[in-house]
Design a protein around this ligand. Structure first.
Ligand code: MLT
Length: 265
């Protein structure tokens, strides 16, 4: 299993499958690279698909502190260096999108194209930040279970949870595998992240924006706003999908990425 050893002694796990134009996909919160299993399966026939576990998630190490979007972004650059990749298409789902914005600020020369899946440019407002701190207390006192159970109905539509309970169970398992230190670190990083709205008109590379029609966390109006502000952007609204559109409707998401990335490559 491939791991990258970072300079600060941490070990970062990643999948690296297929050959061709590299596409790095960064997972959301409190998930791991496992959530991209449907994308690895489909896209690796034509592209090199790299899906890391951010520090604090999945099989990567979870330090007690030191988390920020900038640190996550620098870890992605360390991974690109390790793999000998100068430039890649970089995508992120939700929190993964926040990491992509940090990458664009700090290392724009490494980004050939951008994929934003169920994410937003806005920083947290005061209420959002207060909720993060409540969740941090909850994670400390009660563990991950309640956070996972509260998030699940937002990740998949009610219909999918009813008709495909195994998909909900799978996502729940991924969330339950996230260490408490990683959950707390990610919540701190999200609460502290800057607004990326100013960055949008300065994104100079092709950008694909994907959103589930029923996403309650980062709804289509947020995606539409990003689309109106990013010059070379293409918007795909995935019907009958909530926040984890790439898991709920992988065939639609994969087709959109395949077609768009073939043009970018
Ligand atoms: C995620 O899916 O990564 C989170 O919902 C992002 C957030 O809470 O802002």
């Amino acid at each position: 299993m491939p791991y990258l050893d970072l300079l600060d002694g941490l070990s970062i796990f990643y999948h690296d499958e297929g050959a061709g134009e590299p596409i790095v996909l960064i997972h959301g919160f409190p998930l791991s690279s496992e959530m991209y299993q449907p994308q690895r399966a489909a896209l690796s026939s034509r592209f090199r698909v790299i899906t890391p576990d951010l520090r604090g998630a999945g099989r990567s190490d979870a330090p007690a502190d030191g988390y920020s979007m900038d640190v996550y972004a620098d870890d992605i650059v360390a991974l690109l260096d390790h793999l000998g990749i100068g430039q890649a298409i970089v995508g992120g789902m939700s929190m993964g999108g926040y990491v992509v914005f940090a990458l664009l600020r700090r290392h724009p020369e490494r980004v050939k194209g951008v994929i934003l899946i169920d994410t937003r440019a806005e920083a947290d407002n005061e209420e959002g930040r207060a909720n993060r701190f409540k969740m941090i207390d909850q994670a400390r006192n009660e563990g991950v279970m309640q956070i996972a159970d509260a998030l699940l109905p937002k990740l998949l539509t009610e219909r999918t949870r009813r008709e495909r309970p195994e998909l909900a169970d799978w996502l729940r398992e991924i969330m339950l595998g996230t260490p408490v230190d990683g959950i707390i670190g990610a919540l701190q990083a999200m609460a502290a992240r800057p607004d990326a709205t100013d960055l949008l008109p300065r994104i100079a590379v092709p950008t694909l924006i994907i959103v589930g029609s029923d996403d309650p966390i980062t709804p289509p109006d947020m995606a539409t706003r990003m689309h109106s502000m990013i010059r070379d952007s293409h918007l795909v609204i995935v019907p009958d999908a909530a926040h984890a559109a790439n898991v709920e409707r992988p065939e639609r998401v994969n087709a959109a990425i395949m077609e768009w990335a073939a043009r970018v490559a």
